[in-house]
Design a protein around this ligand. Structure first.
Ligand code: NAD
Length: 251
């Protein structure tokens, strides 16, 4: 049976009535994810340390007539993270979807032996500890409601290990194993925990030589996989790491 465009749009509203927190939503993969979830009906709590990034996102959320809240928050600040999570739960009565996407990786590429410990401590604080703090802050109400979708944006660096990005690789490996282990703990409550590991994504430009597709991926291509894992279509998928790398060439 044929249906109108409006009916099709309604059928595609996978996240109607759902509340999603997306970190690192002011740019790149996080922004694309926040927009996709909002487009398909989610109320989005968009978290970023960059107020400029949030302002850019807000303009697009407004154009979608989306329901959203902006939270200028550094995910490495445990107190701020827990406060932000409590406010989101108070505002919407629940958090159904958590996308831990905020991460840093573009500071300095260098051999580990030359690196300062301040750099890797910072990456650990944001990429790993921020994810852990926020996840713990939203989990109790997910457990109580026996509903929750947690997606941690890791990296192929955490699967293969990348030279000159040893500290980053360590944080991403930690995110993947955190996801696999937590999935086992919360599986009995039917809460899904998965990791998504992008390869080279063009948020800062092209690297066609890294993929057999001959191009980098897009933020939207990552967001599609994140949204799938956040949806009930993927309800029996948990404890997995989805690699999104266009068939990466080298290890
Ligand atoms: N782009 C890629 O090629 C690629 C590849 C593999 C993995 N990833 C991972 O995907 C995620 C997103 O990557 P991206 O390319 O979209 O990044 P990006 O740099 O384009 O955007 C990251 C966003 O996170 C925000 N952020 C950084 N530190 C923060 C903090 N302490 N608190 C709150 N927000 C903070 C930034 O302000 C920015 O808006 C990261 O975790 C990254 O490690 C990206």
């Amino acid at each position: 049976m044929l249906c109108s465009l409006n009916e099709q749009e309604e059928m595609n509203m996978r996240f109607d009535g759902k509340c999603a927190i997306v970190t690192g939503a002011g740019r790149g993969i996080g922004m694309a994810t926040a927009l996709l979830l909002a487009k398909e009906g989610a109320s989005v709590v968009a978290v970023d340390v960059s107020e400029a990034g949030l302002a850019e996102l807000e303009a697009q959320l407004r154009a979608l007539h989306a329901d959203y809240r902006l939270a200028a928050c550094d995910v490495s600040d445990e107190r701020a993270v827990r406060m932000m999570a409590a406010e989101a739960i108070a505002c919407y009565g629940k958090v159904d979807i958590l996308v831990n996407n905020a991460g840093i990786y573009r500071d300095q590429l260098m051999p580990f032996v030359e690196q300062s410990s301040a750099l890797w401590r910072r990456k650990m604080e944001i990429n790993v500890l921020g994810m852990m703090d926020l996840t713990q802050a939203v989990l109790p109400q997910m457990i109580e409601r026996r509903y929750g979708k947690i997606i941690n944006v890791a990296s192929v660096a955490g699967v293969y290990g990348l030279s000159n990005m040893v500290d980053y690789s360590a944080t991403k490996g930690a995110q993947i194993s955190f996801s696999l282990a937590l999935a086992k703990e919360v599986g009995p409550y039917e809460i899904n925990v998965n990791a998504v590991s992008p390869g080279n994504i063009n948020t800062y430009g092209e690297s066609p030589q890294l993929s057999y597709f001959g191009r980098s991926g897009t933020a939207e291509e990552c967001a599609n996989v994140i949204a799938f894992l956040a949806s009930d279509e993927a309800h029996y998928v948990s404890g997995q790491n989805y690699v999104v790398d266009g068939c990466r060439k080298t290890l």
